[in-house]
Design a protein around this ligand. Structure first.
Ligand SMILES: *[C@@H]1O[C@H](CO)[C@@H](O)[C@H](O)[C@H]1NC(C)=O
Ligand SMILES: *[C@@H]1O[C@H](CO)[C@@H](O)[C@H](O)[C@H]1NC(C)=O
Ligand SMILES: *[C@@H]1O[C@H](CO)[C@@H](O)[C@H](O)[C@H]1NC(C)=O
Ligand SMILES: *[C@@H]1O[C@H](CO)[C@@H](O)[C@H](O)[C@H]1NC(C)=O
Length: 377
């Protein structure tokens, strides 16, 4: 049956190491549910439901030893699969945190993955294999920023045709391209999730950085701590490799309103006043911070935050600006510079790279023990 054979040999599957009887997943029980969303009527008795958030709840069979669960939120073009096993079949962060006694909630952002997208709502976009390789998995081959050549931790070549890359790229999906819409529906979904599960820690990656800020802004008392893995930034701008200076985050950290004291108007054509600060060291960018006197990030100020940045990522040069911006707004934000901590060779998807569990160990220590939360910037 040549047709079926063609399907079968398309993408190699990486099982649990060399011995299929060795489970890589920590035993857990799974349930799922949806939060948020609403019926959408076109007035013809053919209503649809939209903007709901898919949530997968994993509970360790051995029982939980931590009082608050962890909520994982993936970034652009991703889904909740990011936190399951890695593309080369090793243990991912969800299982690892279950192993350490946490209950885990994994979401698919509204309009993404198992959270349905309703045709006609905005425009969908995708990333090509070449973009994923250039920005995330094979950055050393492109050398687009000063730290890119240091990348060694992605399993495999990180380029099209490499079987591990092909597995990862197969998991990349289309996304709503209107970032204000994305931020609005994720803030609503995240708040509904916290209302349902109660106080939790949030771990958010990349494009989910602003989503984490907005969810914490809506439910500051329910976010025990937040770990931001290379959150979208830096403040006001989105510098990917284009070095674009366009203002895409008019509220500093987000495209839609955050709570400041004194308050700011929510006009999207206007942004918070900012001033430019010179780079702190070679290889780093300048930072746009609030003009003096800075307004306080009134709701975020009570939420401890850890910003984690890898050595070779396009974020290596600018994440420190996000930390400074948060600190300027009164937030207890700490910078975890993996390179400085002796963890080398990672890029933007470090939570699934070869040393992903070494990094998880440090993150867990920070979440577990508030006495270890020492400011580093
Ligand atoms: C998505 O948005 C970006 C930035 O606004 C734009 O450059 C790009 O063309 C859009 N893509 C699609 C498919 O609309
Ligand atoms: C972006 O800026 C960095 C640092 O100034 C520079 O090394 C790099 O070449 C620039 N990239 C582009 C695409 O202009
Ligand atoms: C700004 O506020 C007005 C009035 O409350 C509201 O209608 C509008 O949707 C808001 N705009 C944004 C971008 O949040
Ligand atoms: C992170 O650590 C590396 C290595 O010590 C250093 O070169 C870099 O400047 C640091 N980044 C920031 C933002 O401090």
């Amino acid at each position: 049956m040549p047709f079926l054979l063609g399907i079968c040999i398309g993408l190699p599957y990486f099982g649990a190491g060399t011995n299929a009887s060795e489970p890589i997943e920590f035993p857990s029980s799974r349930t799922y549910f949806y939060v948020g969303g609403h019926y959408l009527s076109d007035g013809t008795d053919s209503d649809v439901y939209t903007d709901q958030m898919y949530v997968e709840r994993l509970t360790p069979v051995a029982g939980t030893s931590r009082s608050e669960p962890i909520i994982f939120i993936h970034g652009q073009a991703q889904t909740g699969t990011n936190w399951l096993n890695t593309p080369d079949g090793r243990e991912g962060w969800a299982s690892w945190f279950l192993r350490h006694g946490y209950e885990v909630y994994i979401v698919d952002q509204p309009q993404r993955g198992r959270s349905p997208y309703m045709p006609g709502d905005g425009t969908l976009a995708t990333y090509s294999a070449e973009q994923i390789s250039e920005l995330f998995t094979g950055v050393q081959h492109y050398d687009q920023w000063p730290q890119a050549h240091l990348h060694t931790q992605w399993p495999g070549a990180g380029q099209k045709g490499d079987p591990i890359f092909d597995q990862f790229y197969a998991s990349q999906i289309q996304f709503q391209n209107d970032s204000t819409e994305v931020q609005r529906i994720n803030q609503a979904g995240g708040a509904a999730l916290l209302d349902r599960v109660g106080a939790a820690h949030i771990i958010a990656h990349s494009q989910a950085g602003p989503l984490g800020f907005l969810i914490a802004d809506a439910r500051p008392d329910l976010v025990k701590s937040m770990v931001l893995l290379e959150p979208q930034g830096p403040p006001f701008q989105q510098r990917i490799i284009s070095n674009s200076t366009a203002i895409v985050l008019p509220y500093g950290l987000t495209s839609i309103p955050l709570t400041y004291d004194p308050p700011v108007s929510n006009q999207t054509t206007v942004h918070l006043p900012f001033e430019d600060h010179a780079p702190a060291a070679p290889g780093l960018t300048d930072c746009l911070l609030q003009s003096s006197p800075p307004k306080r990030l009134d709701h975020l100020a009570g939420v401890p935050m850890l910003i984690v940045t890898s050595e070779a990522s396009f974020h290596a040069g600018f994440d420190y600006c996000t930390v400074k911006y948060l600190q300027q707004g009164g937030v207890d934000a700490q910078y975890y510079n993996l390179s400085e901590a002796g963890i080398h060779g990672n890029a933007h998807f470090f939570f699934m790279e070869k040393n992903n569990l070494e990094i998880a160990t440090h993150v867990r220590k920070w979440i577990d023990d508030p006495s270890l939360r020492v400011s580093s910037l």
